[in-house]
Design a protein around this ligand. Sequence first.
Ligand code: 4AD
Ligand code: MG
Length: 460
Amino acid sequence: MEIKELFKSYKDYVNKEVEIHGWIKKSRESKTIGFLEINDGSFFSNVQVIVNSDLSNFKEIFSLGIYAAVNVKGVLVEPENAKQDFEIQATEIEILNDSDKDYPLQNKRHTFEFLRTLPSLRARTNAFNAVFRVRSELAFAIHKFFNERGFVYIHTPLITASDAEGAGEMFRVTTLDLNNPPRDEEGKVDNSKDFFGALSNLTVSGQLEVEGFAMAYSKVYTFGPTFRAENSNTPRHAAEFWMIEPEIAFAELKDVMEVAEDMVKYIVKYVMEKLPEEMNLFDQFVEKGIKERLTKLVNSEFKKVTYTEAVELLQNSGKKFEYPVKWGSDLQTEHERYLTEEVFNGPVFVTDYPKDIKSFYMKLNDDKKTVAAMDMLVPGVGELIGGSERENDLETLLQLMEEKGINAEDYKWYSDLRRFGGVKHGGFGLGFERMVMYMTGMKNIRDVLPYPRTVHSMKE
Ligand code: 4AD
Ligand code: MG
């Protein structure tokens, strides 16, 4: 039986024979009696097993290494008081496999940096077990949130010819022999000879593709891996990360922000209720006060400030920033931190950024200088969400593309959406790993991805 089932309804099993399997997390013994702590990963806590020395393989059991696998039959002993856990008095223990003595995760606290060197083993520690369970529940909560609101989940392609963010940070997908590629008459690499017959990349965002589906269903979202060849070696950037991108037809920027705020609150609340033990662990060992911070967030109203106002706040702050604040340049991490941690003390939407620092598809505001964009910034993490209303006027969109040096012909399938019943619409992208960081207090994106892919990091 799963250990989770045992913990949830141990009262049904008191004085009865039970059988569990799992791995030995801890073991200690004296001459007459021994104790094992067993876990199968289904539940946060270990099950305590009492082993009397008259059990035939007592000696073998207590010479096993940490993380040896066993099958235990025994009788469930009721706890003496509410504070104590139940125990299993073993009647038979089968050894499934030993674990070598050089097992690198002995029972002491290891640093997250050290554990990063053991990606296939680190989920066995309590902290990472909790992180990846939160990751799983968060993903589920996101689907639940959108499903309950009638959004259709669209699987946008991972291989694509377009550069959704127009930032040129894409990983090429090719079957050409790059040492000796086919060339055209001018000597340029002939991509028409490649597998897809065109230059192909891993997607940086499913937004453009999902916009097409928004014009069919009104409310859609995509949730999948995205890839960016950004040369940013920071605790917040990964080359492979997951993104949630809803897209809503007949919607303006304010509607998009409302969905973003509702979603963040919903998923935080869901995980806090679903995983109280895990949240206690983060509160105790990763970030003191995180539960209080998240509870406050669920019950607060997110602040809103325009980019222009934010720049003024920063300029008037009297703070010495490493990067000076100037209207027209992007906000740096230190600026985002100041706004969320010192001015607003919580999440804040920054809206209406200068068009020159944002992507080509964002709706141009009446001032012709800013776009109807929003970033949701949160303390500790910085930019959690980026989104916008989309430019729905064909002429303006084509002009924005030209300004940004984008070949309109390549995106005709996209701009044509404006010619066939296009309506105002918008959406956003939530960086899933940043959400997991925010939810757990983990400070490095490498510690919330099961197998992180970052610059110069490929091992497994
Ligand atoms: O702000 P970004 O680039 O927006 C988009 O991709 C839009 N197409 C979204 C949309 O409107 N549908 O990325 C969205 C979010 C960021 O706010 C950030 O949380 C996360 O994705 N993100 C990254 N997370 C980890 N590593 C990276 N290299 C990231 N780049 C962006
Ligand atoms: Mg962004």
